[in-house]
Design a protein around this ligand. Structure first.
Ligand code: UD1
Ligand code: MG
Length: 454
């Protein structure tokens, strides 16, 4: 939208998080809260997007995350934390020459949705140059209270809880903090804010009364409390996570995936899940996972930075780490860890294996307990297993090493040299046998035990 600019306030200290990390960098569904807000902001395609960050190291970390999430972002520093109105003032230089509507968002409100913002923006017009997003709060607590016009449709003022009369505190219609204002009006009214209030801050919310003082109308859009949940501590962070997880699961289910026990599955914002995928209970998707159609992920799997291609099966109890690619129809079974490795079409790694820095060729079969020994304490090395190869159980493949197409490695071998195509490699001590030894042993031991008791 060419006539829309967005300011994201993210200069707050977030003391209640009790954290070394700036509040807006805490994550929900594996993306920072600031990332969520900037993702939404970018969806709105604003002419300009400004993030107001704090000073020092914390502020620099916030600025860096803003740049990482939105390369075109403009940054404004608020050196002193003098209130939301003061924070918006710091963004004005970045909006120089812009004449449309300015939307103010908070960096710690990660659950906002685009539809909600569109409803708010639709209220802004020449005679109604300000609009505020409000909600009915179950527990209004410290939220600013919305004072409406007689018909309840528009706003007269916003009173901060700390400045409110007992009567005003009984109002449950609250300010979300999200506001849309005409840019010209914003420039004209901001310098008129005063810090003459209980907190000694320049409140952005006072803009409403200032606009009314000029006989201008102030619109009111309503949304669910959930959409504007502000995260101030870790309990609210967990609540935001809960809501976000439910949204992500529902989105995946609506797109054609079955979740046997949805409440036990955890997704990341960027998790991609195809159609006719079945996901069992207790599965965790870290960042960067793509699951193609017809895949089955059995219970208790952990996936991160991995791709699972069509019709493959994973788990139960499998771990796919970054760089794992499970190609079509391949199987990765219980207690198997795959890292930076491709399991090609139709190959099987069914039990108790570690496959790292490797290729498992098409239709190869990896026996139980096979380990790619990829690390020598200093460097990582690759293992290459050819197509149709058979690796017997309890094999250690000491990388760098290659097993040719169709080769067979006997169980229990420690393979340190390349195995040619279609060869047999066996590396074991010869088996010795002693006839009757076990029977004689039992006899001797039983007699010894009887002597001691007697
Ligand atoms: C604010 C609103 C309140 C509303 C509530 C909703 C004001 C005066 N009050 O109160 O009406 O009900 O949000 O959650 O606006 N920030 C800065 N610089 C500052 C101060 C704040 O960047 O100097 C940022 C914070 O990082 C945060 C946002 O602005 O993202 C809100 O600040 P916060 O202190 O949480 O305001 P509330 O007291 O919650
Ligand atoms: Mg707040």
């Amino acid at each position: 939208m060419r006539d829309l600019s967005i300011i994201v306030l993210a200069a707050g200290q977030g003391t209640r998080m009790k954290s070394r990390l700036p509040k807006v960098l805490h994550q929900v569904a594996n993306r920072s809260m600031l990332g969520h807000v900037l993702g939404l902001a970018q969806d709105m395609q604003p002419a300009r997007l400004v993030v107001v960050h704090g000073p020092g190291e914390e502020g620099a970390a916030v600025a860096a995350e803003a740049r990482a999430q939105a390369p075109d972002v403009l940054l404004a520093e608020q050196a002193e934390r003098l209130g939301t109105g003061h924070a918006v003032m710091q963004a004005l230089p970045a909006l120089e020459g812009f004449g449309g509507t300015v939307l103010v968002l908070y960096g710690d409100v990660p659950l906002l949705r685009r539809e909600v913002l569109q409803e708010l923006l639709a209220l802004v017009s020449a005679e109604r140059p300000v609009a505020v997003l409000g909600f009915e709060a179950a527990d209004p607590g410290s939220y600013g209270r919305l004072l409406t016009t007689a018909d309840g449709q528009e706003l007269e003022a916003i009173v901060e809880a700390k400045d409110a009369t007992p009567e005003q505190l009984r109002i449950s219609l609250c300010n979300s903090g999200v506001m849309a204002v005409d840019a010209g009006l914003l420039r004209r009214l901001l310098p008129r804010l005063s810090a003459d209030n209980r907190q000694g801050e320049y409140y952005l919310t006072d803009l409403v009364a200032l606009a009314r003082g000029e006989e201008l109308r102030v619109g009111l859009a309503l949304c669910d409390e959930q959409d504007v949940l502000g995260v101030n501590d870790r309990v609210q962070l967990a609540e935001a996570e809960r809501v976000m997880q439910r949204r992500l699961r529902e989105q995946a289910m609506r797109a054609g995936a079955t979740f046997t026990a949805p409440d036990t599955v955890f997704l990341s914002v960027d998790t991609e899940i195809g159609r006719d995928v079945i996901i069992g209970p207790f599965v965790v998707f870290g960042p960067g996972v793509r699951v193609a159609d017809d895949v089955v992920i059995h219970s208790h799997c952990h996936l991160e930075g991995a791709v699972v291609e069509q019709g493959a099966q994973v788990g139960p109890f499998a771990r796919l780490r970054p760089g794992a690619v499970i190609e079509a129809g391949a199987k990765v079974g219980n207690f198997v860890e795959i890292k930076n490795a491709t399991v090609e079409v139709g190959a099987k790694v069914n039990h108790l294996s570690y496959i790292g820095d490797a290729r498992v060729g098409a239709d190869a079969n990896i026996g139980a307990g096979t380990i790619t020994c990829n690390y020598d304490g200093y460097m990582k090395h690759r293992t290459d297993i050819g197509k149709g190869a058979f690796i017997g159980s309890n094999t250690a493949l000491v990388a760098p090493v290659k097993v040719g197409d169709g080769a067979l490695v006997a169980a229990g071998s420690t393979i340190t040299r390349d195995v040619p195509e279609n060869a047999l490699a066996i590396e074991r001590a010869e088996q010795r046998m002693s006839e009757g030894w076990a029977a004689r042993y039992r006899e001797r031991k039983a007699a010894e035990k009887a002597r001691r008791k007697g």
